[in-house]
Design a binder for this molecule. Sequence first.
Ligand SMILES: [Zn+2]
Length: 308
Amino acid sequence: MNQQQQNQTVVPVIGRFAPSPTGPLHFGTLLAALGSYLLAKCSGGRWLLRIEDLDPPRVVPGAAETMLRLLEQLGFEWDGEIVYQSQRYARYQQILGQLDQDGRVFDCSCTRREILASAPHSGEEGPVYPGTCRGGARGKRSERAIRLRVADEDISYRDGVFGLQKQNLAEEVGDFILHRVDGLFAYQLAVVVDDIDTGITQVVRGADLLSSTPRQIYLYQCLKVALPEYFHLPLAFGDNGKKLSKRNGDIGLVTVENGSAMVWRALEFLGQSPPEELFHATPGELLCWGRNNFQAATIPAENRQVRF
Ligand SMILES: [Zn+2]
């Protein structure tokens, strides 16, 4: 065993599942739970849970508790304390202060309409912020967002499923918001700070976040922290061609009753081939099979339709 292999074997995988408590568990969320759980556990790693209740108006009371109970009933076992983003505002503020001290952020007083009018073009992530307030926010508007100054260079990373990804933040996103006008912290900031603080080494989540990852990598760079590895999982679409989610009604809803069938289908969707004799197994038995047999290499890099 050479030195590099030795180093690799001593770094334990720490993965996580980080749902937003905006409704009941559905197939799309189950994919993220299952993929992150099995990828962490198949290498003997830890699997942490985080509730992303950053945006109070979107939080459905009781949804987090219901989801946690169901995960437990299906046989998922998480490690350590559950982290709630709503309890971490002081920490996000502290990191924001650190970025401010480093001269990396600036106040922005632009309205949405002004940005739309002045953006050079619209990227995948909406209008690209044209840098209007980089030299100082204009006027006396008290309502201000805080943006992170981005560099005009490509950020690339190799995703464990979708392969090489590349994005130029300046051209495709612009200086992005870390603290919103309404006083809430931005998702990008919270996710990175949480992942850093909990020592996450492996980020597994839906492919809808592929294009958010370069912003998060840039934040890691600004904070001088080593990057985790990334695995983005294919998305499941419903009959209407839209991503399966709680916004699309009851389709693909996971319950205790259909738990086995849903875990089976999720394993198949992620390119795994559980043996036929497990067809009537409990969800817990399927998870056990997955912990011993999960293959990252067979996860298909393709979003697909699922019928229930
Ligand atoms: Zn501005």
